[in-house]
Write a protein of this length. Sequence first.
Lengths: 347, 208
Amino acid sequence: MTDGPLVLGIETSCDETGVGLVRGQVLLADAVASSVDEHARFGGVVPEVASRAHLEAMVPTIERACRGAGVALTDVDVVAVTAGPGLAGALLVGVAAAKALALALDKPLYGVNHLSAHVAVDQLEHGLLPQRCVAMLVSGGHSSLLLVDDVTIGVEPLGATLDDAAGEAFDKVARLLGLPFPGGPYIDRRSSEGHVTIDFPRGLTSSKDIARHRFDFSFSGLKTAVARWVEARELSGQPVPVADVAASFQEAVCDVLTRKAVDACTANGVDHLVIGGGVAANSRLRSLAEERAGRHGIAVRVPRPALCTDNGAMVAALGAEVVRRGREPSGLDIPADSSLPLTSVII
Amino acid sequence: MLLAFDTATPAVTVALHDGTAVVAESTMVGAMRHGELLAPGIEQVLADAGVTPRDLTRIAVGVGPGPFTGLRVGVMTARIMGAVLAIPVVGVCTLDVVAAAVMSEEPFLVATDARRKEVYWATYDRESRRTDGPHVAKPDMVATRCPVAGRGASLYPEAFPHAIDPEHPDAAHLARLVVGAELSPLSPEPLYLRRPDAVEASARKRVL
Ligand SMILES: [Zn+2]
């Protein structure tokens, strides 16, 4: 579908300044400026550093997206922006930029939910979402299983992490193995050189836990178990087999994620699983999800890695979908809501 | 047609100047709600004057110093509007905007709330020309019997016993400063005056 309004999406919920341009389900440009290097020495995202970087990166990133799509800023028909959830100060920069665009262009504004956008972005890759699907969002900030009927109305949370997000566990384990931040890609790379030799715990998978937390996750116990194992090795004076520890940790995370995601699909009679968020870029997660889902006749939809991490295209994709479905735009007085609930797609 | 606004204090203030006079203005005081108030304020001022964004020829924005979150709302809005409309954007020190409204027979200070029990401050001569600053400091480090305008004076009466008006900046004065070319404008960069709070990652904690 190449007709429909030209939608510009802005994403600033964490450390990526993302600007995407979408028409219908066609991605025209996706420009991202990341401040990740500025956060690396702090071992995590520093909100004020991220907010300052968003302010500086915004206009150049918008211009880059327009050049990439071969359009003028004045061609934009609709402005969409992540209104939450995310870092309050960071969100506010994006929301201010989106309002100023809508105001100066005299075009409608949609303040949308970041998590719904992670689901909607798959439409750019695999066409319209099925009538009903389960979405698993896994990143440094979220780990959730959602039941999605209409991504523009709201999603039903099935489960979420009780402690660390999956991506956070990757970052923490990477740090204790002496690998750089953000940890995900480094763990993935080192894992491919090692073997699954250590049986690390799978959180919330015992029958007792399943009764209460069937679709919830817990990764802090796993992280602690890895830390204990590594320290015991160090104390005994033996070298730490980094590749094997990475592979064993990664296997534990992917095992739990895919097991619960497939269970969520079968329990709800759903035959499509959408995976989004930065951790969806993990090669083992993709292959294990496809293997296990395939056994149950469930199709797995994972957008390409650049669309899994936070980006503006996903916000534009959701913006295009809310326009297609005829939803009402937001007012220029909307707040940035750092704890926007999943049930609120447009604010 | 100049659009001027400032969000570096609890006031969200917007004004429109047609080159001769201020033709519309709006000021709302709503601490922590800059992001919600500014765009509707601009929309209101444009509507009041019967002007569309395309009629604007220049934008002026207060660049602080001021609490970062609110300050960025103004600067981001100015930069985006400037980019869309392809018009120049200039910055003005927010303390100068406060000073522009002061009537004083003697040199004075402007002090605004910098939170964390500190003030942003600058000194001015009788003609409201800045002579020192802007800086950020504890109020007792800059305590004075001179007249002091800005919210800092009402917040810290022991350091600043001689409080004078105004308490907040007014975009009408910001617009007049720029139109009257009474100062050389700045680029639209926030005057943060403080580095971000952040501690570098320490060695990892032991769990055993
Ligand atoms: Zn995300």
